[in-house]
Design a protein around this ligand. Structure first.
Ligand code: FES
Length: 102
């Protein structure tokens, strides 16, 4: 095994590089320090249907301990929910325009 092949060594190299090492998940900036849940994980949960702080907590655990992160989770849910709705509007408009008679 090479010196970079060891999982601990790869994690250390990620710390030095300031970003996740190859093969690891980029959690994004930590929002919930109790569970180490990052902004990218919350965005992914919202994209998969978690549309409330409670739903994010059930999916990831975030916000279910001390609760100090719930406000930020709420803002992230609202922002990502709005982005998803905006994209859905564009898709619906595109289908309407493409399907419309001349
Ligand atoms: S920081 Fe999220 S529950 Fe404590």
């Amino acid at each position: 095994m090479s010196s970079l092949g060891h999982p601990g060594q790869r994690a250390r190299m990620g710390v030095i590089a300031g970003r996740p090492s190859l093969g690891s998940i980029d959690r994004g900036a930590v929002v919930c320090s109790c569970f180490g849940i990052g902004v990218n994980q919350i965005a992914s949960a919202v994209a998969q249907g978690c549309m409330s702080v409670k739903a994010v907590g059930q999916a990831l655990g975030a916000g279910t301990n001390c609760g100090s992160c719930r406000g930020e989770i709420s803002q992230l849910v609202e922002r990502h929910r709005a982005n998803i709705a905006r994209r859905s509007d564009v898709i619906a408009l595109t289908h309407t325009t493409v399907g419309a008679a001349p």
